[in-house]
Each structure stands twice: as structure tokens, then as C-alpha cells.
Design a protein around this ligand. Structure first.
Ligand SMILES: Cc1cc2nc3c(=O)[nH]c(=O)nc-3n(C[C@H](O)[C@H](O)[C@H](O)COP(=O)(O)OP(=O)(O)OC[C@H]3O[C@@H](n4cnc5c(N)ncnc54)[C@H](O)[C@@H]3O)c2cc1C
Ligand code: HEM
Length: 401
């Protein structure tokens, strides 16, 4: 980009700060009305709740703010790349997105969209797309070359279904072609795609792999999202809960930038809220499989015992292994003891148990849950490099102290 073009991009920063989501909201509406086939690959729940337009707006703004040094965004772009690769986004689709993004800039900025601003954004998008396509191409290639790896959607058969709580079911998925399946790091996810009759088109969703890697199958554990007076039932989780053994689903190769690379000397503190325990179950089971006897503190919060998924699995593991200590918080709890607490997860009551020299902290749960526990850990003196977190949605959370 030329010096003048970078100046033109910077000129749009105040607008993007203030009206970025108006622009991205307009962009998605425009794109889906011209290219309705894309509804098959976007999560229409995240369109309805506005999370995806927020995620795109914050990325476009960050790119404009760092137009001189786009390399500072590499980690963010890799995380987006993981999601794109998991959804099999193709390079030629960047032209469609680029076309609608530029048209939206023209139509939303109106007279402020001078020809120099439009030219500058055309060049900026072109360069960003080239960086992203190159990151994603490498990921696609690596995944396809892995033993058991593949590109695109692969048909898996549901080989077993296990109820882990009143609302969470585990699905054991085996490839229909009988071939090998790619290894993954504990914490990573797969995308699962299926036809949703109420929408009349397909929908993908991400599900964390909830066990340690097994060469024979993938296990995912899915919460049935019930609606209420104001919100509808979740589309895909309810369809999945109706599936039977022998039914088929489409699956993409494991991906994701939230994972634990467990070293023999690591101590791990695993903090989950609700169904956020799934990637942490994979980390826990991987500790067991590695047999390094890493010290692990397991902290889980949920509403009550009926909704406590993997309760007996974790209890058995703790009973048989000195390296594991678990604590659970029940919001509707009636009794308390040394490992069962009443109320929401409160790390301050466990401070002396979790402040371990060089421990790594993994948090998974809803956004407010992550924020509260991240800040508690920082207040206790944990370094921000030692804290890893994931929320189950577009990655909006960039915690700044
Ligand atoms: C990396 C990652 C890992 C994940 N891992 C897991 C996992 O291991 N287990 C798991 O259960 N989930 C996991 N999820 C979440 C999962 O992908 C789905 O988001 C979840 O199953 C809900 O999907 P759904 O189709 O049932 O609900 P959706 O139809 O997508 O709806 C989601 C929510 O939005 C509400 N909603 C929808 N439309 C509207 C509207 N118009 N107005 C207001 N509210 C609305 C619904 O009521 C519902 O509560 C993960 C997500 C990510 C990104
Ligand atoms: C420069 C161009 C692009 C940018 C800046 C961008 C940005 C993003 C961001 C920030 C997310 C959220 C990531 C997350 O969930 O953590 C995302 C997700 C996604 N992107 Fe892109 N993207 C681009 C191009 C594309 C293209 C070309 C397609 C294909 C049509 C695409 C399809 C998707 C889909 C389907 C998701 C998941 C949406 C969801 O789960 O709700 N993106 N993108």
C-alpha cells in the first residue's frame, strides 16, 4: 500500500470505532441477500445474536488501526484461520466477501466514501485477504498431510451416545469410510454440519473434542440448548440430541488455537463453567493418558448435580490418582464440604490451592465467567502468559487489563 492509501485507511478509523458494527451488520445482510448459499456455512444463530458482526467489526477496526504493522495481528488471524479452515472457506470466497465489504463501505459511508478511501480499502482488503489465504492454505495442507487427515466435510457415523447429565450427551463419531482419523491437541474442536429442517438449509457448529485422542473415534459432548419465552431452542444442538446410533453427520478435521501442550513438569488448573468443561475434559484425560502425574486442579461450576456432566468420571479419576484434586460449585447447592461448594465458582476460596508456581490456567465458559476468573487470577499474581481461555462463540474477548 502507498503512504497516501495508509493515510486514507487511518481516516476511516474514527468511523469504524463508532459505527463498525453498523457497517458489518449491513455487509452481512447485503451478502446473504445476494449470496443466500452462504447461509449454509455461517452460523445463523451468531447472525441473530449479533456476535459475528461484532467479531468482524473488531477485526476490521484492528486492521485499520495497525495498517502500518499488520504483522501484530498474526495470532488473531491464525485463530480466525482455524475457524475458516474448520468451515472449509475457499480462496475464491474472499472475492465475494471483498465485493460486498467494499460495496457496503460505499453504501454506508455515502458521501464520506471518497474515491481515495474506496481505492485504499480495495487495496487493504486485497492485502489482508492474501495474508489470510496464505495462512489458511498452509493449515489446509498440514491437515490434509497428517495421518488420518482430510480436507472438506467427511461423513461420520454416530457409533454410541452416552448421557453425561440431564442436558449433555456425548456422541462417539467414527468415519464412515473406515479410514484413520487425524490426531488433535487437547482443547481443539471439530465442526459438525447437518441439514436443519426448520431452516431448510445446512448449519455448521463447532464442538470441542471432549476426550483424549483415540485412533478409533472422536467424542464430542453437546448441551441441548433449550429456549425460553424470549429465545428459541438451539437449532443444531436439539437436532443432534434427536440423533440415533447409526445416523450420519458431516465433520471437518480438528482445528483450534485453544489447546494444552502438556509438558511433564506442568501443573494445570482447569476452570470450567457449564458445558465449557468439554475441552478441559480432553486436557484432563490427556494428562491421564500421558501418565506424567502432572498436578491438576479441576474446578467446575454448574447449576446443580443433575446438570453436572462427567461427575462420576472426574470423581473416579480423582479417587484413583493422587495428582488430581477436584472442586465443584453448585449454584443451587444445599450442602457444602471440602470439595463441594455452594454458589458460583469463587476462586478466592481456593486461592492457596491454585496459586502454584509456574502453573498453567485454562478457563472455558461464558464470557462473564472467563472475565471474572481471569481477573481473579491476575489479582492473585498469576502472569497473563500463564492464562489461556476460550468462549464458545466468535472470539470477541480480548481481555485488556
Ligand atoms: C470452539 C467452540 C467449541 C464449542 N464446544 C462446544 C461443546 O463442546 N459442547 C457444546 O454443547 N457446545 C459447544 N460449542 C457451542 C456450539 O458450537 C453451539 O453454539 C451450541 O451447540 C448452540 O448451537 P445451536 O445450534 O443449538 O443453537 P443456535 O441456534 O445457534 O442458538 C444459540 C443461542 O442463541 C439463541 N438465539 C438463536 N436465535 C436467536 C434470536 N433470534 N434471538 C435471540 N436469541 C437467539 C438460542 O436460543 C440459543 O440460546 C462450541 C462453540 C465453539 C465456537
Ligand atoms: C478479510 C476477510 C475476512 C475477515 C477479516 C474475516 C473475519 C472473521 C472473524 C473475525 C471471524 C470470527 C472468528 C471466530 O469465530 O473466532 C470469522 C468467522 C467466519 N468467517 Fe470470516 N473473515 C474473512 C473472510 C471470510 C470469507 C471469505 C468467508 C467465506 C464466505 C468467511 C466465512 C466465515 C465464517 C463462516 C465464519 C464463522 C461464522 C460463525 O461461526 O458465526 N470469512 N471471520
Amino acid at each position: 500500500m502507498t503512504y497516501e492509501q495508509k493515510l486514507s485507511i487511518k481516516e476511516t478509523v474514527p468511523f469504524l470505532r463508532e459505527h463498525g458494527t453498523q457497517l458489518t451488520g449491513y455487509f452481512y445482510e447485503r451478502m446473504f441477500s445476494h449470496n443466500p448459499e452462504l447461509k449454509n456455512i455461517f452460523n445463523m444463530g451468531n447472525q441473530a445474536n449479533g456476535k459475528q458482526k461484532n467479531a468482524l467489526a473488531s477485526t476490521v477496526l484492528a486492521y485499520a488501526e495497525h495498517i502500518e504493522t499488520p504483522e501484530v495481528l498474526t495470532e488473531v488471524l491464525k485463530s480466525i484461520g482455524n475457524k475458516h479452515v474448520s468451515l472449509n472457506i475457499a480462496p475464491e470466497q474472499y472475492d465475494i466477501v471483498g465485493y460486498h465489504l467494499l460495496s457496503s463501505i460505499k453504501e454506508v459511508l455515502k458521501e464520506k466514501a471518497t474515491s481515495s478511501i474506496i481505492e485504499a480499502w480495495a487495496q487493504a482488503y486485497h492485502e489482508l485477504a492474501a495474508i489470510m489465504i496464505s495462512i489458511e492454505e498452509k493449515m489446509f495442507q498440514k491437515n490434509a498431510e497428517k495421518k488420518g487427515g482430510w480436507k472438506g466435510w467427511r461423513t461420520f457415523v454416530i457409533a454410541n451416545i452416552v448421557e453425561e447429565s440431564n442436558t449433555v450427551k456425548s456422541f462417539y463419531l467414527v468415519p464412515k469410510d473406515g479410514g484413520a482419523i487425524a490426531e488433535y491437541l487437547p482443547g481443539q474442536y471439530i465442526s459438525v454440519k447437518m441439514f436443519v429442517p426448520s431452516l431448510g438449509h445446512e448449519q455448521p457448529r463447532q464442538y470441542s473434542l471432549s476426550s483424549t485422542y483415540m485412533p478409533s473415534h472422536y467424542r464430542i459432548s453437546v448441551k441441548k440448548e433449550k429456549g425460553n419465552a424470549k429465545t428459541p431452542d438451539g437449532l443444531v444442538s436439539n437436532c443432534l440430541h434427536e440423533k440415533k446410533i447409526g445416523d450420519e453427520v458431516l465433520v471437518s478435521v480438528p482445528a483450534g488455537s485453544f489447546f494444552a501442550n502438556i509438558l511433564p513438569e506442568d501443573s494445570l488448573v482447569l476452570i470450567s463453567g457449564g458445558v465449557g468443561l468439554t475441552p478441559l475434559m480432553s486436557i484432563l484425560e490427556t494428562c491421564k493418558a500421558l501418565n506424567n502425574k502432572n498436578k491438576v486442579i479441576w474446578i467446575h461450576g454448574c447449576k446443580n448435580e443433575e446438570l453436572h456432566a462427567f461427575k462420576s468420571k472426574v470423581a473416579n479419576l480423582e479417587h484413583n490418582n493422587d495428582w488430581l484434586t477436584s472442586f465443584v460449585f453448585y449454584e443451587d447447592g444445599l450442602t457444602e464440604n471440602s470439595s463441594v461448594k455452594k454458589g458460583r465458582v469463587d476462586l478466592s476460596v481456593l486461592k492457596d490451592k491454585i496459586l502454584i508456581n509456574k502453573a498453567k490456567y485454562y478457563i472455558c465458559g461464558p464470557e462473564p465467567f472467563i472475565k471474572v476468573h481471569y481477573h481473579s487470577l491476575i489479582t492473585f499474581g498469576a502472569s497473563k502468559e500463564s492464562i489461556f481461555y476460550e468462549e464458545f462463540g466468535p472470539q470477541l474477548l480480548q481481555i485488556k487489563e
